[in-house]
Design a binder for this molecule. Structure first.
Ligand SMILES: C[S@@+](CC[C@H](N)C(=O)[O-])C[C@H]1O[C@@H](n2cnc3c(N)ncnc32)[C@H](O)[C@@H]1O
Length: 342
């Protein structure tokens, strides 16, 4: 395509001054719009979030989904991405961590209040960052206030939730950072509310209760805590998970022909982590390239981490696996893709 050459009107033309400025503004705005990539909003920093793998996982979604169900939602990265790409318009977000669910519910239904509270809490730290963090942490462990949780996640080391055996949040602050700036947080909070308001049912129950309600037209995405991150071992998430019970739940889903996707184990180089899921479940395993592992990079090795994705048999019957293996990944749409769609 020949390149369009834009000629600015003469800036020295006094009579035409307003017109010149107007033209320049609209020219810059148009150019910016053309290059603007729609960004998927993600307000809750959460280690283990699937935001960077969302596009790869969305490839395996069937054409039509009644409800998209996330029983281990965490930061709800997949729900947000699914809504962004119009993959579903009814969602169930569940996590055993109640303040986290309260936070997500407030983000979706009362975004202005979350924005204001985050601004107030974040601003309170200036000049006294470390001590202030510990005060907020203590307050959160007393009250379970979701606004405090957002600040703790934004400021703690590697956005990694850590709980002690009494269920108290005990992650330390990242002393080099103040945590995500309120203006950036505001945009993501409003973006998520825009995508999900009126479409989500929020729950804070054990995952088994949630998957029991799934139906054949739904899609369930399961991202349980990694093995070895138990409350009394790795102190990662609020709850641990029994491998055996998890496998039993998957058998139940199979019996009811429910479509599901699991993120479960993975490998870096030839080192695997997590136990394989039993063959009897008849799952299709796919490996997703999750990029260079930070540990390998530290040791000057060039190893890539692959995260495993398991697709249920009933899901594979709903999607065209052959076509998927040939086509490219989902692209991030630009504003113009949406304009052209109309
Ligand atoms: C790996 S994280 C999920 C991350 C999520 N996919 C994201 O993108 O942020 C696992 C989540 O499971 C939750 N969880 C642990 N045990 C659970 C249980 N028995 N029922 C429901 N949720 C549970 C944890 O609180 C944690 O948020």
């Amino acid at each position: 395509m020949p390149q369009t050459i834009f000629r600015y009107p003469q800036l020295t033309d006094k009579r035409n001054n307003n017109k010149v400025i107007e033209t320049i503004i609209s020219f810059v705005a148009n150019e910016e719009l053309k290059n603007y990539k729609m960004k998927i909003p993600h307000p809750i920093p959460y280690q283990g979030s699937k935001r960077n793998l969302a596009n790869d996982i969305l490839r395996y979604f069937p054409e039509s989904i009644d409800r998209f169900i996330e029983p281990f939602a965490g930061s709800a990265a997949m729900t947000i991405a699914a809504s962004f790409y119009y993959k579903a318009d009814k969602f169930i977000i569940n996590d055993i961590n109640k303040p986290l669910i309260d936070l997500l519910e407030n983000i979706v239904n009362r975004p202005e209040i979350v924005v204001k509270n985050y601004y107030d809490i974040w601003s309170g730290q200036i000049g006294n960052e470390e001590e202030y963090y510990y005060q907020v942490r203590q307050e959160f462990n007393k009250t379970q206030n979701p606004n405090h949780l957002l600040f703790l996640l934004a400021k703690c080391v590697k956005a990694a939730v850590r709980y002690n055996s009494n269920g108290e949040f005990n992650q330390s602050p990242d002393k080099r950072r103040k945590g995500r700036r309120p203006e950036n947080m505001r945009d993501d909070i409003l973006g998520v509310s825009n995508l999900l308001k009126g479409k989500v049912e929020f729950q804070s129950k054990d995952y088994v209760e949630i998957i029991n309600s799934a139906k054949t037209d739904d899609l369930v995405y399961l991202d349980p805590p990694y093995q070895g991150t138990a409350k009394n071992g790795g102190f990662r998430y609020l709850e641990t998970l029994s491998y055996d019970n998890f496998v039993i739940s998957l058998h139940e889903l199979n019996k009811k022909n429910i479509s599901y996707i699991i993120s479960y184990d993975g490998r870096t180089g030839d080192k695997t982590y997590g136990e394989n899921l039993p063959e009897k479940l008849e799952l299709t395993k796919i490996e997703i390239n999750a990029g260079r592992s930070s540990i390998a990079t530290l040791h000057n090795r060039n190893e890539i981490t692959y995260e495993a994705l398991y697709l249920s048999k009933s899901l594979c019957n709903r999607i065209d696996m052959k076509r998927l293996n040939q086509t490219a990944l989902v692209n991030t749409p630009t504003l113009f893709d949406f304009v052209n769609e109309k």
